[in-house]
Ligand binder design. Structure first.
Ligand code: CTP
Length: 391
């Protein structure tokens, strides 16, 4: 259930409804009267295909019933945008509009996404209310620094968090069980790039989606996540330590640095197995009709960490196009893994740059579990579910 209060960022919550629905959620919207000055209830009714709650005392119904009925409907309530006024009301226990009354009566997790002018966000009383609400257990997706609605003021803190971050906040709030609480999860993602000269490199088409999904799922399950990622166009994830790297050597160094504190290692990166033996300091000029490039092996990060393995659980990935199970099992043994995630890029909906994946999980005891085609995020949850059973 989305509660909209009266700020200019209300227009962004229209897009949030669409994104939630695109991910399969049912959404209902409730609005304060001020919110209705920014966006009409009709907009939300059309986007959600559900009734919109606009009045605490709707005509023709008993006032006592409506917000109570509504408060029983959702699994999570998201207040987006949450204005300074709404924060103040919630912090003081008010229940005098459809949003605050429903929130008061609900017993489900609440995610607050404040958005306001930076001077208002920095105001001492607003901050006191935020602290009070956080201490009460309400979850926040804090505003970002960036361009504000009033152009003459330029940039500041108070801009509504990007949609992807709000979606992460909702995902985490929906996860009632937090089996990774107190655990450190190290995830690698994406491709590496190995330069031959300043303007040319060897790489592969990995976009980082599977690794980012693992990071997101691990956070939603309560883990503290470090994500080492090769070059990617994906939005940096919310509340996750991102370590950007370029080459396999940089990824190996970053993994080595973060490994000692790690409880679960999930190595989803498509690391280059070879790199040019030397990198030319200047752009190479073409000359002969053919050209030979000498390559050398990169460090096998997973195998190296496997040799140092002590208490951490290791999850590896394998892309195989023949003798899939056999090759994957062999890789699991060689790299001393607890779980290996086998991809077969020949299946439809599998591989690089798609949002879905179909994988087979093989654990250290030889148990094989074939998963259906599902979103990479759903695959990520399945991987942790399975890994936790091994712990
Ligand atoms: N991996 C790694 N370091 C490398 C190469 C791969 O840590 N230099 C990791 C990948 O992140 C993945 C797993 O090892 O989790 C499997 O990688 P893959 O390239 O499929 O396997 P290889 O061991 O390289 O075997 P082969 O190339 O023979 O298939």
């Amino acid at each position: 259930m989305l509660g909209v209060s009266g700020g200019i960022a209300a227009y962004k919550s229209c897009e949030l409804v669409r994104e939630l629905r695109r991910r399969g959620a049912m959404v209902r919207v409730m609005m304060t009267s001020r919110a209705q000055e920014f966006v009409t209830p009709m907009t939300f009714a059309a986007l959600s295909e559900q009734p919109v709650l606009t009045n605490i005392f709707p005509e023709g119904r008993s006032a006592a019933i409506e917000h109570i009925d509504w408060s029983r409907w959702p699994e999570v309530i998201v207040l987006c945008p949450a204005t300074a006024n709404l924060l103040a009301k919630l912090a003081q226990g008010f229940a005098d509009d459809p949003v605050s009354a429903t929130v008061r009566a609900a017993r489900v997790p609440l995610v607050l996404c404040p958005a306001m002018n930076s001077a208002m966000w920095e105001d001492a009383l607003v901050q006191r209310n935020v602290t009070l609400l956080k201490e009460t257990g309400y979850q926040f997706v804090d505003p970002e620094f960036g361009a504000l609605a009033t152009t003459q003021e330029g940039e500041g803190w108070g801009r509504l968090a990007r949609l992807d971050w709000i979606l992460s906040g909702i995902l985490a709030a929906l996860q009632k069980q937090k089996p990774l609480a107190g655990k450190k999860i190290l995830v690698t993602a994406g491709r590496t790039e190995e330069y031959l000269d300043p303007v040319r490199m060897m790489t592969n088409p990995s976009t980082g989606r599977m690794g980012f999904a693992l990071a997101e799922a691990a956070r939603a399950l309560g883990g503290r996540v470090t994500l080492i990622s090769g070059p990617t166009n994906l939005t940096p994830p919310y509340d996750i330590e991102l370590v950007p790297v370029v080459s396999a050597a940089e990824m190996a160094a970053a993994a080595q640095k973060h490994y000692p504190a790690t409880d679960i290692l999930a190595m989803a990166a498509a690391v280059s197995d070879y790199r040019p033996h030397t990198m030319a300091p200047e752009k190479m000029k073409k000359s002969a009709a053919s050209f030979q490039l000498e390559l050398e092996r990169t460090v096998d990060i997973l195998a190296t960490l496997g040799e140092q393995k002590n208490r951490a659980l290791h999850i590896g990935f394998a892309v195989e196009t023949e003798n899939e199970l056999e090759n994957a099992k062999d890789k699991l043994r060689r790299k001393r893994l607890d779980l290996i995630v086998l991809n077969n890029p020949r299946h439809d909906g599998v591989g690089f740059a798609v949002e879905t994946n179909r994988v087979t999980l093989i654990d250290r005891n030889g148990q094989v579990q074939e998963l259906e085609l599902m979103s990479k995020l759903a695959v990520a949850f399945k991987i942790f579910e399975r890994a936790l059973k091994l712990n």
